[in-house]
Design a protein around this ligand. Structure first.
Ligand SMILES: [Zn+2]
Length: 260
């Protein structure tokens, strides 16, 4: 089980990473045993004197998280937990109060059994890697083999959709979404005049975000820390790409692509 602390020190979350190949789906043909209200009341009964604020989510990576507040707990649960029985609710409440390891392992088992229903939305995400000029998957695979010993195969990559034709003053050429393990690259880089190594340097940068653990300073995440900058400089065309981008920024900003 992974417990990752982020944000306020009281925030604890239960992150889910599909590791093994999915087995056959457990059929969930019955409607959930509980609705959100009933789940909230059931948790409340097990945590006397505590006020429970419950949000039911479809978040694929963070299936269970909670935050202590003065009057009780803010709890976020994946909707899959609504299919659980009273024993499962016991486990959830134990986990919330004591961060109990045994409860955590039992919850892990429940999550694994229902893995298929948690990851299925992930399948629905359409990845658009085949650009007008560049095949992003090929760029990614090459970098993965060359610099990461092929270890980043679980990441996914896609061209992002252009936000419209408005004039822009800044452009974010790449984004790494940690929860979804997804890299999005701006389609302004999918143009003839953009050198391959410039695109590769942006993809490399986003891949590093999956590897480097952010520093914490005054409760803020510092992602481009010293280690990050050091590793970034490993990419042989790093400096040259930065220069190219600043020289051609106006051209990139004026991109009016028609990606759907
Ligand atoms: Zn970055």
């Amino acid at each position: 089980m992974e417990k990752i602390r982020r944000g306020a020190p009281e925030q604890t979350s239960f992150d889910f990473t599909p590791v093994r190949r999915p087995t056959a789906a457990q059929p969930l043909d019955r409607p959930p045993a509980l609705d959100a209200q009933a789940m909230r009341r059931a948790l409340q009964r097990r945590l006397p004197g505590k006020e429970i604020h419950l949000t039911i989510t479809q978040n694929r990576t963070r299936v269970l998280s909670y935050r202590r507040v003065a009057e009780g707990y803010h709890v976020r649960l994946h909707q899959i937990f609504l299919h659980g029985d009273s024993q499962l609710i016991d486990l959830i409440s134990q986990y919330i109060v004591t961060n109990n390891e045994q409860a955590g392992r039992a919850l892990d088992r429940f999550i694994n059994e229902h893995r298929e229903h948690i990851v299925s939305r992930q399948r629905a995400l359409r990845l658009d890697t085949d650009g007008e000029v560049y095949d992003l998957q090929a760029v990614f695979d090459d970098l993965n083999m060359r610099y990461f010993a092929g270890k980043l195969g679980a990441l996914r990559i896609t061209w992002s959709r252009d936000g419209g034709r408005r004039r822009r003053r800044s452009i974010r050429l790449g984004v790494y979404e940690e929860g979804a393990k997804l890299i999005r690259i701006h389609p302004a880089l999918d143009q003839d005049f953009v050198p391959y190594q410039v695109l590769a340097s942006i993809v490399f940068h986003e891949m590093l975000h999956a590897v480097v653990i952010p520093d914490r300073k005054n409760g803020r995440r510092h992602v481009h820390n010293k280690q990050f900058r050091k590793l970034e400089a490993f990419f042989p065309h790093h400096k040259e790409s930065e220069n190219w981008i600043s020289k051609h920024l106006d051209l990139l900003l004026s991109y009016r692509g028609s990606r759907k």
